[in-house]
Design a protein around this ligand. Sequence first.
Ligand code: 2P0
Length: 326
Amino acid sequence: MKAKARAHTNIALIKYWGKRDEALFLPTNNSLSMTLDQFYTETMVEFDSKLKSDQFILDGMEMDQRETEKVSLFMDKVRRYTGESRYALIDSVNHVPTAAGFASSASGYAALAAAAMKATGVNFSEKELSKMARQGSGSASRSIYGGFVEWQKGELADGSDCYAVPVLEQGAWDLRVLSVEVTHEVKKVLSREGMKRTVETSPFFAGWLEAVAADLVEAKAAIAERDFTRLGETLERNALRMHATTLGANPPFMYWQSSTVQVMEAVQVLRESGVEAYFTIDAGPNVKVVCQPKDEERIFAELMKLAVVQQIYRCQVGPGVNYLEI
Ligand code: 2P0
């Protein structure tokens, strides 16, 4: 039994920041993302009764025990849920440049969840795929769907009501994301650790939770009305609010570098000159700029002039999980 799936990365417009249950990957707040067309992971899973353990090949290289163990822990969750008992060969190829500042964990776990569940021979719903992908990495729950997607935090302790739902399909609204690379450096505080420290120590976290609920309502209304200004203002504000919580943590930390701030300022200058561009930033120094197609060339050209900018990756709205012939 084998299957192959492709899943794309996503960029959060309303951020996931904080867990209410770390083991089950249950978030403290709903988040909202746009799936991106450029970056994706393709994964083949084959269950085989002859295997004595899971085997993991990433980008053509057989992974060592430590790397395989992480994936195997996730496969244990798949086996528990589906009743599959065999070990698997997992062959995964990442088309996500790490320098672009997108976590490959979102596309990675979405593709793995989809391929693994399909390879059991049972057809699981997208809701079930989303719940499974969530237990590899929270943001992966959103990469099951294309277009604009909301990950609902749910209320139940067992996570059974915690999954992503589609908000607006790919093709319904053409927005662009320019991923502006300012450094190759790996981040100092991993997002998993960063959100944990913020939840436990930042007095601003309560304010974040209050603000993010209102930002989400605003963003969803903007998407429903295709109101770009309203969405842009909301997503930029939400990113700044997320980053503000890290400054209040103990010990405090920040993901920005001086180059990050230079790009943020350039976006503000563009806006003052009448070009509608808005930025968002994840758990790292690179900046993503959201815009409409009519402004993309101008924004690209202006940002490329900055000395701190190394590269700009240009994305459109991407599709959900799909299955590939083997
Ligand atoms: C997001 N981030 O909504 C937020 C915004 C980073 C900043 O999801 O611990 O790799 O695996 O659930 O999903 C990055 O964190 O964390 C992330 P885990 P994940 O996209």
